[in-house]
Design a protein around this ligand. Structure first.
Ligand code: FAD
Length: 421
């Protein structure tokens, strides 16, 4: 037999399981299935596995969140209850043990966020890849274009290369739509739709916010720590989100942890309807702030107003606040009236921005929406429409806040699919 025909024959040999996508969910699924004695073929269109993992947590990878299942589910605003079973099958604690038993030491930081001690996301991707290779998972660089079925059951896949691979189970773990350069270009939604699955509306989540106020550009690059950010629906003044933390000004508006979290509460984007209110001094009441300003002013009575705020505000915000306060820059501090001071206090406690939109979905941390959870068994991650077809990770219509929850969703659903396929 020639080399060519030997290779051809090997390619078409059926496996037990085909995993489509070598991200966090796909690698965990492949490892679990292999540990359960399955012969696994993993198809990944990139020439390396886990490309998205490398950019997670600003290159440090927030692997999971050290919390119990109920807390976990509370941090999944979209279809959290669907995940109960999967998160119980592989809990955050078990995920931590998984990585530690694989030789990766981890540490727990503020907000129960878990990171590798090395602070290197690449180490997380390496552990997953090493584990699946050691278990004998076969990895091939292929882009899957079709899932094959026979009599309502999965039978294999067809690839862009023209190659067909056969298996009795197929796990779809192709990720979402964000950061497409990592490989997540939405293929999985089309593959699922072609088999009759419903894909709910795809929207960005955990995404920077564009504001109407162009002054943000002036403060571009400024990072605020220990501020309170509130998201308010101006129709009824309802506060949809309010948290203390960090945020960042950009050329288009705002970003940073608080803003990303606030964005996931903006389920319906209507430009002009929502306001972001920043309390720059959450530790002080208006009265305390006024007393503090009076003290600062009395120490520099002959200075111009614009030069008197250095102790109170970050440098980049001073021209912005001065302009919004409508107090002349060169007004002598000892001539500032009580009413003017009131306006200044109001701005510092309540610096308001109007939400005009999201940045494009490609810049989102995650995609909200995906394969409808009603069509997936929460206990096994198997499709209710196509026997032997399983889902794992971001391709499913679930999404969580920041803090390691999204990767844990990928690990838990991947593991559940892997042990049940
Ligand atoms: C900038 C950034 C930072 C983040 N930081 C964190 C964090 O610190 N903690 C956290 O919990 N979450 C974080 N997330 C979210 C987290 O990365 C995702 O939720 C998670 O990676 C989803 O895993 P997945 O395996 O479902 O998808 P992916 O990781 O996107 O993997 C899908 C894989 O499928 C492959 N693929 C796609 N289509 C095909 C096809 N047709 N054939 C073959 N292969 C295909 C892709 O190439 C890709 O490798 C972050 C996301 C971003 C963008």
């Amino acid at each position: 037999m020639s080399m060519m025909s030997m290779r051809k024959q090997r390619q078409t040999m059926p496996s037990d399981v085909i995993v489509i996508g070598g991200g966090a969910a796909g690698m965990m699924a492949a490892h679990a299935a292999a540990l359960y004695g399955k012969q696994v073929l993993l198809l990944e269109k990139n020439n390396r596995l886990g490309k998205k993992i490398l950019i997670t947590g600003k290159g440090r990878c927030n692997i999971t969140n050290r919390c119990d299942t109920d807390t976990f589910i509370r941090n999944v605003p979209q279809n959290g209850r669907f995940l109960y079973s999967a998160v119980n099958q592989l809990t955050p604690e078990e995920t931590i043990s998984y990585f530690e038993n694989s030789g990766l030491s981890v540490k727990t930081e503020r907000g129960n966020r878990v990171f590798p001690v090395s602070d290197r996301a690449g180490d997380v991707a390496d552990v997953l890849e090493r584990n699946i290779r050691e278990c004998g998972v076969e990895i091939r660089p292929e882009r899957v274009t079709r899932i094959l079925t026979e009599g309502g059951a999965a039978r294999g896949v067809e690839c862009e290369s023209g190659e067909r691979y056969l298996a009795s189970s197929v796990i779809l773990a192709t990720g979402g739509l964000s950061y497409p350069r990592t490989g997540s270009t939405g293929d999985g939604y089309r593959l699922a739709e072609n088999l009759g699955h419903r894909v709910t509306e795809l929207k960005p989540s955990l995404i920077p916010i564009v504001t109407e106020e162009v002054w943000c550009k002036k403060a571009q690059g400024l990072s605020l720590k220990n501020v309170t950010l509130s998201l308010v629906d101006r129709r009824d003044e309802k506060v949809l989100y309010s948290e203390l933390g960090e945020m960042l000004f950009t050329h288009f508006g705002v970003s940073g942890p608080l803003v990303l979290s606030a964005s996931s509460h903006l389920r319906r984007m209507e430009p002009g309807r929502y306001l972001l209110r920043i309390d720059l001094k959450p530790g002080l009441s208006e009265k305390q702030l006024d007393a503090r300003i009076l003290r600062d002013f009395s120490e520099q009575a002959n200075k111009d107003f614009g030069n008197s705020l250095g102790k109170l505000l970050p440098k980049k915000l001073i021209p912005v606040i001065v302009r919004l306060s409508e107090i002349p820059y060169d007004q002598k501090v000892n001539q500032i009236t009580r009413e003017m001071r009131g306006r200044l206090c109001g701005l510092i406690k309540n610096l308001t921005l109007t939400v005009s939109g999201f940045r494009p979905i490609e810049e989102a941390i995650i995609t909200s929406g995906g394969v409808d959870v009603k069509e997936i068994s929460p206990k096994t991650m198997e499709s209710r429409l196509v026997k032997g077809l399983f889902f794992a990770g971001e391709v499913i219509d679930v999404d969580a806040y920041t803090g390691g929850f999204n990767l844990q969703i990928a690990f838990s659903t991947g593991y559940t699919a892997g042990i049940n396929c």
